[in-house]
Design a protein around this ligand. Structure first.
Ligand SMILES: [Zn+2]
Ligand SMILES: [Zn+2]
Length: 102
């Protein structure tokens, strides 16, 4: 006679694939350096060039993209295309995603 009924804990964890929720949590965590739509900083050393907010190298404005989370302007090297954020925020997103998958 088995009194022990092995009840496996149901894998009923709600899938927290709510990316908008993650996004709002990231927004709360990441300090905003620039407002959305605010132009990048002009590079004082070169004419018609703007500074990447991450590595501070001058670029034409067409090569800079504004991060949707921190608002910083990032050059190609500082940009994470798959997440559409700067590298810095992409790193924070990765940490969050690892936590979610735990
Ligand atoms: Zn850069
Ligand atoms: Zn960013």
């Amino acid at each position: 006679m088995t009194l022990w009924k092995k009840t496996l804990p149901g894998k009923n964890q709600p899938k927290s694939k709510d990316s908008s929720n993650l996004f709002s949590r990231l927004k709360a965590e990441i300090p905003v350096m620039r407002k959305q739509g605010e132009p990048p900083a002009k590079d004082p050393r070169s004419f018609a060039q703007y500074s990447c907010d991450l590595c501070s190298t001058p670029h034409p404005v067409s090569e800079l993209r504004q991060c949707v989370l921190c608002g910083r302007w990032a050059c190609e090297a500082c940009w994470k295309d798959e997440l559409y954020t700067c590298k810095s925020c992409a790193g924070i997103i990765k940490i969050h995603q690892m936590k979610e998958n735990d």
